[in-house]
Design a protein around this ligand. Sequence first.
Ligand code: ADP
Ligand code: ZN
Ligand code: ZN
Length: 800
Amino acid sequence: MIARVIVDVAAGQTDKLFDYDIPAKLEEMVDPGMRVVVPFGPRKLQGFVMAVESVSDVSGRKEIVELLDPEPVLTQELIELGKWLVEETVCFHITAYQAMLPAAMRGKTSKQVVRNAEAEQLPGSLPEKFHNRTSVAWKDLDSPDLTFVKKALAENLVFIEYKVKDQARAKLVKYIQLSEQATDEKWVGEQIKRAKKQQQIVDFLKKTPEPQIALSTVLQELSITKSVVDALVQKEVVVEKEIEMYRDPFIEAENEQSAALPLTDDQQQLLSQLTTAVSANSQSPFLLRGVTGSGKTEVYLQTIDHVLKEGKEAIVLVPEISLTPQMVERFKARFGQEVAVLHSALSIGEKYDEWRKIHRQEVKVVVGARSAIFAPFQHLGLIIIDEEHESTYKQEDHPRYHARDVAIWRSSYHQCPVLLGSATPSLESYARANKGVYTLLELPKRVNNRPMPAIEVVDMREELREGNRSVLSQALYEKLKERIARNEQSVLFLNRRGFSTFVMCRNCGFTAECPHCDITLTYHRNQNLLKCHYCAHEEEAASTCPECESEHIRFFGTGTQRVEEELQRLLPEARIIRMDVDTTQKKGAHEKLLSSFGAGEADILLGTQMIAKGLDFPNITLAGVLAADTLLKLPDFRAAERTFQLLTQVSGRAGRDKVEGEVVIQSYEPEHYSIQHAKSHDFVSFYYDEMKRRHRALYPPYVFICLITISHPNIAKVIQTAGAIGEALSHHLSNEAMIYGPTPSPIARIKDRYRYQCMIKYRDEPELSRILKDLLNHYKKEITNEDLYIAIDRHPQMFM
Ligand code: ADP
Ligand code: ZN
Ligand code: ZN
């Protein structure tokens, strides 16, 4: 028998099937969708078996060295889906298949065949290796054993247990606490004498609510070195120990059960439309436009319930940052152990565990970020994409797929509906719904007719004219004060992009830029460092200008950190929690800050994009947007759409419970239509205004866009290649296609590589996939050997 294999080398030359002989001992085992190890030149590589056949016209075939999976990890469906991804996104087969599997599957796993304790008896022909043992290592099995295992697997008498080697070892964290003797204050005093730093640690440990606290936290909070702690350990005042970190990040707390809520009439009507589609195996996509707080999630939950009752499975996609414990809890409370969660913040081992639950059919619902769309379910009954307009559903690295497109492909394979939900659908989706390609569903009101919050737009130019130079307008300042006095909470939103702090010399105009990327460096105050957000470069912030040596070098812009300080100065009584990339770097920090805000430990939550979504705290009665314009100014045709979406999302945070909410939007361009329509909660008017603009300037959804980015360390090489590509495109595409460029990319250099781009706008180019593939093929040697990079992005979400 022969296996046709895709090998693990992502390159043009190897993007095809290679034939390998299946050794006799594996003959009955190898099936399509399994991973194997095969010799490839001097190396041994992993690969995926795509097909098993009895003939091959390739001579001099080698043998498969090892079979890595006892059961296929790619279903027949996923194998087909991979081929489609290759066409659709112009990627290599290996790239497509690897995107479908958890990262741990790239590492080596060890497998155990474990006897199922519930199985009464193993068949009489039990191989010797299994006598008196509950498990046997896979690699110790030989041919007759394998035949037995295959049968036993089919009858559920044994199962396979995977252990990831190296990748997922338990993590040990150092903790410290006061020793038992340390209750004796006098004794402690004698030990420490007058060592101030040691005293600080003792005081700190006495104050902490939990007896033990992570060493790293202590070092950071007190800015001391480990040697101070060591001294205390030496004197036995402090004890140090290592604690194993918990593997389940969503610690299964009480896991309270929640029952279905009685639905409103609107919700009920949607539910019956959806359940009918599920039962009828209808593959029609639905677009649900429901204002924030209209009860979309409850409709999701009850539709899924129906799916499960029919013995089918459901995938729910949620944007990364909305995948909070709060969100996950809603699903776990309804479906308990039937739910797996796939989140990029999980460790490799955790993700692998969750994936295996799906693969072994132990769960029926998966809630996850983008890549959960590849969950290997075999009886899909529904796919839900919440906040469908989010750009995070598009993968920015190859394979550059959009989860929505994959969802629609899978839904037609499984004959099941797709439900796209959003308060602010993407223009593309809403246009499709308008044309009847998707069925439009609507929840125009909040649950229990709670009013939408009143939105006030403040003209910041006025404020400036009146001499107010602070980040808060008078109106926002007063409303914040009121909230603090009434013990209610507020969220303040700051767009990170365009708002990070940069350094400029007022004397000569010098700005600090990354030496490797054409981008200004961002000032990080607590470390006094300038950092590049595109590469790892960092440098110390100088106190005089490196160009003219003037001392008038200043930090500009308004980073969240600076806003926090200014807020604190304006509102000294306010308790503020800041959430941004800096404060949420540590694992679990995001959840911790949110739950502390939820518990009422702060008055104001100040943050970037990550606070705009999914927050559902009843005590928030005020939402503020500090500068609505920063998004509007991005060099992106979706800037107005993103602004409208963001303002709507932020507004949705306020007044979700009994007390009515208020929103203040500060802007230097308050008359802009995206701000005005957000103010009146009017998606449909925004849609028509924006569609007019897109029509005039020829942007999606009126045309499709394909972006080709070319990069290389040598600028001449980039210009020459980009020029040649532009020419080839105009030669091969139809006359209708419009080709823009080549021009330098908005960020013209990243990590010392120069970047040029060509943009194609088109309506109908059936040959485009093939033309792009030929193009990559043409340059494949230079790509492999000369460090040339050509990125093809169909339907791009980012233009940087
Ligand atoms: P969305 O997902 O549209 O923002 P949610 O489903 O989160 O809305 O609902 C908003 C709030 O209303 C939640 O607190 C939810 O528990 C509540 N809710 C939803 N449906 C109902 C209902 N039928 N009856 C009472 N409360 C509901
Ligand atoms: Zn200067
Ligand atoms: Zn850089």
